[in-house]
Design a protein around this ligand. Structure first.
Ligand code: 5GP
Length: 175
């Protein structure tokens, strides 16, 4: 599969992604059985993960979005920009942040700080993918899907320069 100047090859199959999502959903169903959490999906990358995850939940939830940007091409810029969101009142709410991927940890750290200012009762993080070798800031990930090495991936919501989000599988750069 080619996007602009780069070639990508299949890396994580659709059924493996869906199994990981189901097990996160089951854990959330169990942990929040008597609560009504506010799910906040981090756009753009987490839109597919959020959509599939939410369909597997059997508890009542609220859903909201925040849009941030930190990647340029295939590299994290290290700086995070909030583009919109977090306008909903969160005081006293149990918030679950839905991320597509945790890489350096800057995005999650930035969002946690913003969320804390709104005085929620609790904050937890669910990430579909996680690159432990790329982490620069310790991140407390309560719900972790699939660990991957420090490689660049696209598909299932994740882009390369704006393209490649529509695929049901995850692809990585060809060697
Ligand atoms: P962090 O701030 O943890 O370095 O990066 C988090 C954000 O960078 C993710 O939400 C995602 O948008 C983007 N990102 C990190 N790794 C990758 C990757 O391998 N591929 C793509 N397409 N985006 C990534």
């Amino acid at each position: 599969m080619k996007i602009n100047d780069k070639t990508f090859v299949p890396y994580i199959r659709e059924n493996e992604l869906q199994e990981a999502i189901l097990s996160i959903a089951q854990a959330i169903n169990r942990d929040y059985a008597d609560r009504k959490p506010m799910l906040i999906a981090v756009l753009n990358g987490a839109f597919m993960f959020a959509s599939d995850l939410i369909k597997c939940l059997d508890i009542e939830v609220e859903v909201s979005f925040v849009k941030v940007k930190s990647y340029e091409g295939t590299q994290s810029s290290g700086k995070v920009k909030q583009l919109f969101g977090l306008d909903a009142p969160l005081e006293g709410k149990d918030v679950i942040l839905l991320e597509d991927i945790v890489d350096t940890g800057h995005t999650v750290q930035y969002l946690i700080k913003l969320l804390e200012e709104k005085k929620p009762a609790s904050i937890s993080i669910a990430s579909l993918l996680f690159k432990p070798d790329a982490l620069q800031i310790p991140v407390d990930l309560q719900y972790k899907g699939i660990e991957i090495p420090n490689i660049f991936v696209v598909g299932y919501g994740l882009d390369y320069d704006g393209f490649g989000r529509q695929y049901k599988e995850i692809y990585c750069l060809e060697e």
